[in-house]
Design a protein around this ligand. Structure first.
Ligand code: FPP
Length: 252
């Protein structure tokens, strides 16, 4: 090593500037509405607008997949007016924004248990997926009636139905049957609204995701917050359980 050699901190070389896949728990719509003395539904409506803005902002920054938690398997426990309000909001959102998102190069995919939603909603999802099938700027995966545990169970059920031998059943096999098998695991997991938990979102896929929690309520999550999250991610040292020896850079 020459006198001017520098030791670069471990991990510096492994910093990936832009996450390929970002997962988001869009929390805080209700509080955002309450702060404005408005009903919760008003917050969810603003949440949809924030999502349409966010998908384009993430795409502009090079993110390839954005997966958002729109309705969890547990959200059925909310008051029935809120549940039906969210269902109709999705239908309105599809008719209001589908053409725009399709024109923006967004591919839409829906993940979750479709068996419990109305025929109308199933048709709207199918239409959104079909219309955007050829788009490749960014994939927006909408997790609807989704739960991380549900996903593991449905993947195991497929494996059992396929009669897989225990010796052939491994992580790769299970991953290939998960509802997000079309995407790489999320690099960055964001939760807005100040809570610091995963709430049964992408439990299998987020094993090595970098976590980012912000007080910002989802309808306010815009350019500055997206850039702050991506900047925080760029500073992280991802080791996936390994250790990294210091990188030696020789000076002249
Ligand atoms: C959490 O905020 C938010 C939700 C349960 C729903 C998020 C849904 C959307 C933004 C609409 C998605 C629509 C489409 C078309 C994808 P909260 O109600 O728990 O807020 P709080 O914690 O402040 O009460």
């Amino acid at each position: 090593m020459s006198a001017s050699a520098q030791v670069v901190p471990p991990g510096a070389a492994a910093r990936a500037a832009v996450p390929r896949h970002v997962a988001v728990v869009m929390d805080g719509n209700g509080r955002w509405a309450r702060q404005r003395f408005m009903p919760r539904f008003f917050g969810h409506k603003a949440g949809v607008d924030a999502l349409v803005r966010a998908v384009n902002l993430f795409a502009d920054r090079g993110v390839e997949y954005l997966t958002v938690f729109a309705f969890s398997s547990e959200n059925w426990k909310r008051p029935s007016e809120e549940v039906s309000g969210l269902m109709s909001l999705v239908l309105v959102a599809v008719s209001k924004y589908l053409t725009k998102l399709a024109g923006d190069g967004v591919r839409i995919r829906i993940v979750g248990d479709r068996s419990a939603v109305s025929d109308k909603l199933r048709q709207a999802w199918a239409q959104a997926e079909e219309l955007t099938r050829a788009n490749s700027r960014i994939t927006l995966a909408v997790a609807f009636n989704y739960g991380g545990r549900w996903d593991v169970v449905q993947a195991c059920r497929q494996a059992l139905a396929e009669g897989v031998a225990p010796a052939d059943f491994d992580e790769a096999y299970l991953s290939s049957r998960m509802s997000l098998a079309f995407a790489p695991d999320p690099d960055l997991f964001i939760r807005t609204g100040g809570e610091m938990r995963m709430s049964n979102f992408m439990l299998w896929q987020a094993a090595y995701s970098e976590l980012f929690f912000t007080e910002c309520l989802w309808p306010d999550f815009g350019t500055a917050e997206i850039d702050a999250a991506l900047e925080a991610y760029a500073q992280r040292d991802r080791r996936f359980g390994a250790i990294r020896p210091p990188v030696v850079v020789d000076g002249d």
